[in-house]
Design a protein around this ligand. Structure first.
Ligand code: ZN
Length: 261
């Protein structure tokens, strides 16, 4: 079964920082999409902030099984209307993989309902990523731990809700630890937060990172996704009750009323 992934990139650092554009001349989103395309069952397209509707039109989202999100400098420029559109698709069953500084994106905070804050330090530290859930599909094929020579330190406490599963915990050279791979479910949508991916380091060229991203796309794909409105709350008429009933008791709502929102 082909999985249709869309890699959303903010694409700001790549166009404003020489350091970042030297590492990712085609944009971080393009390199992430290349990593996904290593799996012949994943078809990856990209979308960026600067495109009309941020590249996330209704048509694009309808054809997306898993959305990956990298944002940092321009979270506030993402239109609320698009955030709601993406939220609804996730409730319908589209998967979401939130990368690195995406912890502060509107979409992640909307879905978590908490501040999603953390400690950080940009000092090129070694990161050791431990697989703490070795049976998990996202960790398939990984050793007990792997390392990135340079990463940004993200430290606890990470103010997210208690996750469904913790797949990775990272140690940084300066001594801090961080829950670097967390899963959630919102509506029918599977969500994975994955911490590595600071823009001034070549993280998305790393083979283990590529493996995690492909595993995560396969894990997040929900074949039971639906196209109906996930916010639909139908008023079932008395005559359509599964068993015959007689209406009784005091009433507030009128017959056929849509209900209050
Ligand atoms: Zn960063």
């Amino acid at each position: 079964m082909t999985i249709r992934a869309t890699v959303w990139g903010e694409n700001v650092h790549e166009t404003t920082s020489q350091i970042v554009s030297d590492i990712y001349p085609e944009g971080m989103h393009t390199q992430i999409a290349k990593q996904l395309a290593v799996d012949k069952n994943i078809v990856a397209r990209t979308a960026t902030l600067q495109q009309p509707e941020h590249g996330l039109t209704k048509e694009v989202l309808a054809e997306t099984d898993v959305l990956l999100w990298w944002g940092h400098a321009a979270h506030g420029e993402v239109a609320d209307e698009i955030v709601e559109r993406v939220t609804n698709r996730i409730w319908q069953g589209m998967g979401l993989i939130v990368l690195h500084s995406g912890h502060f994106s509107k979409i992640f905070k909307r879905l978590m309902g908490t501040p999603c804050a953390l400690k950080w330090r940009e000092a090129g530290e070694r990161e050791r990523i431990f697989v703490v859930n070795p049976g998990h599909a996202i960790a398939a094929g990984l050793p007990e731990y792997f390392e990135l020579e340079n990463e940004e330190m993200y430290g606890e406490p990470f103010s997210v809700p208690e996750p469904m599963e913790t797949v990775f915990i990272s140690w940084f050279q300066g001594g801090e630890v961080f829950r670097s791979g967390l899963t959630y479910k919102r509506g029918r949508g599977n969500i994975f937060y994955f911490q590595p991916g600071h823009e001034t380091y070549p993280t998305y060229y790393d083979d283990n990172i590529g493996l995690v991203l492909r595993n995560a796309v396969r894990w997040a794909h929900n074949p039971q996704a639906v196209s109906s409105d996930p916010s639909d709350a139908p008023n079932v008429p008395v005559e359509e009750a599964l068993e015959a009933i007689e209406e009784r008791g005091p009433k507030l709502h009128k017959k056929g009323e849509k209900g209050l929102r």
